[in-house]
Design a binder for this molecule. Structure first.
Ligand code: SAH
Length: 220
C-alpha cells in the first residue's frame, strides 16, 4: 500500500482544526510540518495520521494528535523559549514544540526508558531537529536542574500530583501542563507562576501512561 503522507497529514490537521482542537497559526503550521510517520514503528506507518494513540514499544504510546494539539495550544509557546518535556517517548510531541520555539529556543526532553530515549533521538535527527531538541535518559519527575529555569514545562505521562521540582524549575510567568490524578484516568492541569502566586486551571479529562520515578506511581 502506498500512502501519500503529506496528504494524510493535511487531512489530519484540517480535522483537528475543524473539531476545534487547534486554532493558532503557529500550531497548525508546526503540525502540518512534522512528519508523524517517522516517529512510529514501521508497521504502524499506515496509521500514523489516524487521530489515536499508537504503540511505540516498551509498553509505551505516542499520544493521539488531538492531545498533542490541545497541549501545544494551551502552552502558549513563543519563538526563543526554553522548554522541558517529561516523557520524551517517540520524540513527536517535542518535535512539534521545537517547530514553534525555533532555533533561538530549545526543547529538553527526558525519557525514563533508555531504549526509547535512543530511538527518540534518532527520530528527531531524521526530522532535522537535532539542533533544537535534546533527549536525555533519566527520571523527569525530578525535572532537569542543569538547564532550569524553563519558560514552559509539559508532562506527557500521568502523575499522582504535580512533582514539586517541576514547579520550582519554572520561570516567573512560566506555564506548565500535566495530566494528574489517578493511574488510569487523569485531568489535564495547567499551572502558571506569577511571582509568589500559582494559578491553577483544570482542562478536562485525559488518559496517559503512568509517570514512573521518584514522584511517579509506585507500581513498578
Ligand atoms: N511525548 C511522547 C509520548 C510519550 S508516552 C511522544 O510524543 O511520543 C509517555 C512516556 O513517558 C513514556 O515513553 C514513558 O517511558 C515516559 N516516562 C514515564 N515516567 C517517566 C519519568 N519519570 N521520566 C521521564 N519519562 C517518563
Amino acid at each position: 500500500m502506498h500512502l501519500d503522507f503529506e496528504l494524510e497529514r493535511n487531512k489530519l490537521v484540517e480535522s483537528l482544526l475543524r473539531r476545534g482542537y487547534i486554532s493558532k497559526p503557529e500550531v497548525i503550521k508546526a503540525m502540518m510540518k512534522v512528519p508523524r510517520h517517522i516517529f512510529v514503528p514501521k508497521d504502524i506507518e499506515p496509521y500514523a495520521y489516524h487521530d489515536c494513540p499508537q504503540q511505540i514499544g516498551e509498553g509505551q504510546t505516542i499520544s493521539a494528535p488531538h492531545m498533542v494539539g490541545i497541549m501545544v495550544e494551551r502552552l502558549d509557546l513563543q519563538p526563543g523559549q526554553k522548554v522541558l518535556e517529561v516523557g520524551g517517548g517517540s520524540g513527536y510531541h517535542a518535535a512539534v514544540v521545537a517547530e514553534i520555539v525555533g532555533k533561538e529556543g530549545h526543547v529538553y526532553s527526558i525519557e525514563y526508558v533508555e531504549a526509547l530515549a535512543k530511538r527518540g533521538r534518532e527520530n528527531i535527527k531524521k526530522a532535522g531537529l537535532g539542533d533544537i531538541v535534546t533527549i536525555i535518559h533519566g527520571d523527569g519527575s525530578e525535572g532537569l536542574k542543569e538547564h532550569a529555569p524553563y519558560d514552559r514545562i509539559f508532562v506527557t505521562c500521568a502523575s499522582p500530583d504535580v512533582p514539586p521540582p517541576l514547579l520550582e524549575q519554572l520561570k516567573d510567568r512560566g506555564k506548565l501542563l500535566i495530566p494528574a490524578g489517578g493511574r488510569r484516568y487523569q485531568t489535564l492541569i495547567y499551572y502558571e507562576k506569577k511571582g509568589k502566586k500559582i494559578i491553577r486551571k483544570d482542562y478536562g479529562g485525559c488518559v496517559f501512561v503512568p509517570l514512573r520515578g521518584k514522584y511517579g506511581f509506585k507500581l513498578f
